[in-house]
Structure formats: C-alpha cells, structure tokens
Design a protein around this ligand. Structure first.
Ligand code: ZN
Ligand code: ZN
Length: 278
C-alpha cells in the first residue's frame, strides 16, 4: 500500500519550526541529534530557531552573542545537505521596545528560512521565567495581558517576522483570562496579524507546562482560523527528545478548529501544505 504523501516533503507530520541549540545556554544536544529526532518522529523538516543575538546586552543569559552568530551558522548549515528531513535555518527574534533599529538593519541581511517573533519580557520582567514567578502575585493579571498584547502588536507592526511564536505565553503558569475577556482583547491583535500577512505558531511546549494546553488556546486558534491566519507547528524543543512533541495532537487540534493546511517556508517564502489526516 502506498500512503498518499501528506506534506510537501511526502512525510507524515508537518515541520517543526521552533527548536533551540546549546548557544541559547538553556538547551542541550547536538543539532544532528535534533535532526535524527525529527527523522524518528516522521517530520517533514526541522528548523533551528535559536534566540536572536542582541548587541544591547538584553537578556544575554538566554541567547548567543553577536560574535557567536557565525558559530550558529556553523552548527546548522553543515546539516543542509539535501537529505531528509530537510534542515532549515531560522531565528526566534525576541521583541522588546528599543530593539527595532538593530533588527531592521541586521535581520533582513541574514540567510534565513524563517523568523519567529516572540515576546518574553514586559519591561524588565521575564514573565514566563520560573525564577520570576513570584512577581505574578503582585500584578494585575488582566493588565499584564493587555501590556503583553500591546508588545505583540508592536512586534507585528515591525513587519520583520514571519510567524508569531507562543501567542498566549502569559498563561504558562495558569494565569488565564475568562473566554469573553480574552476574545475581546485578542481580536484586534489577530486582525493585525492577518493584515500583516503573518502566521501563528501552534507551540506544543504548553503541553509540557503547568497550563497543559498548547499555545495558542483552542479559542484563539479558532478566532485565527476565522481570519484565515495561516499556521505553523513548533515544539520549542530544548533537547532532542522534545522535537515534534505532540505534533499529531496539534494537527488534530488544528483540524478541529477548521484548518486544513499549514505553511512551510524556504528563504522566507511561504507555501501551503495540506495537513495530514489520522
Ligand atoms: Zn520563546
Ligand atoms: Zn523558543
């Protein structure tokens, strides 16, 4: 029996477009091991998306320095040998106010296949970092979400990223909003993403956290689907064993809310690919 190819690469599950390397200082394993894990999981492709260098010294504990960027290319590019699964080169570009001049000047010149845009900080608070979890006790949760989404909106408006990563990250430790509040808050941001022609990532790492739910939530994903915002899949793997984590479940979730396709990227050019069926 010849199963019909279900992705652009003829493999079963979509590409993993969110993985890290040891250069971010909190991931372990060689890129070749990540690729092997992608092969074992039956993924179409894997993209390395380590945290973008930031010459200002912003959050230096979680990223490569600009001087280490050639080391990143040396880690990933030798794996781009045409063998399956395909290996792509990307970055997770963390947005914060002040980084715009650097990103505008530097990012478009890099030989990347895709760029994730993400927000991890509200002012100087790493709100998704377990080390600063206590801070959540003294903040207005709704105000945090509002501030977070205004940063995401600013990231979208930069028009420098292809995909918004882990869109509802502030829920990581369980700080959720009621559905009606979330719907009201999130719709203008989704409209902006749709207007910018960007994609949303289904990030499966939420299934490994307290919140026990992928990013974004099924509610947000269905609002995104209504707006025809395309999707990609990312495990946010920091060890090889996390590559493709719960991708079959993520594909089911995408189908349940109405998606039938995801995007694949080459040299920052997206193309559509049908989602596999169970
Ligand atoms: Zn991230
Ligand atoms: Zn990440």
């Amino acid at each position: 029996m010849n199963p019909k190819p279900t992705s652009g690469y003829g493999l079963r599950l979509p590409a993993d477009y969110h993985t890290h390397t040891a250069l971010c200082k909190h991931a372990t394993g060689a890129p070749a091991e990540f690729r092997q894990a992608a092969a074992t999981a039956g993924l179409a492709a894997i993209c390395f998306t380590d945290h973008c260098p930031e010459p200002s010294g912003y959050d230096a504990r979680h990223r490569m320095s600009l001087a280490q960027y050639p080391d990143y290319l040396d880690l990933v590019q030798p794996l781009q040998d045409g063998e399956a699964p395909v290996v792509l080169l990307g970055l997770e570009a963390d947005f914060f106010p002040g980084t715009e001049p650097f990103l505008r000047e530097w990012l478009p010149r890099q030989p990347l296949d895709l760029v994730l845009g993400s927000v991890h900080y509200i002012r100087d608070w790493g709100f998704d970092n377990p080390d600063y979890l206590k801070m959540w006790e003294s903040v207005d949760v709704k105000g945090v979400w509002r501030e977070y989404f205004s940063l995401v909106s600013a990231a979208v408006d930069l028009r420098l990223f292809d995909i918004i990563a882990h869109f509802d990250l502030p829920k990581k430790f369980g700080h959720r909003l009621r559905d009606n509040v979330m719907t009201e808050m999130v719709q203008p941001v989704l409209d902006r993403i749709a207007g910018a022609g960007m994609a949303l990532e289904i990030n499966t790492s939420g299934w490994r956290r307290d919140v026990a739910e992928a990013y974004p939530s099924p509610l947000i994903l269905s609002l995104a689907c209504e707006r025809n915002i395309p999707i990609t899949f990312g495990s946010d793997a920091h060890v090889p064993g996390e590559v493709g984590h719960e991708f079959a479940k993520a594909v089911r979730l995408a189908r349940e809310v109405g998606y039938s396709e995801s995007l694949q990227y080459r040299k920052r050019q997206p193309s559509r690919s049908p989602l596999p069926r169970d």
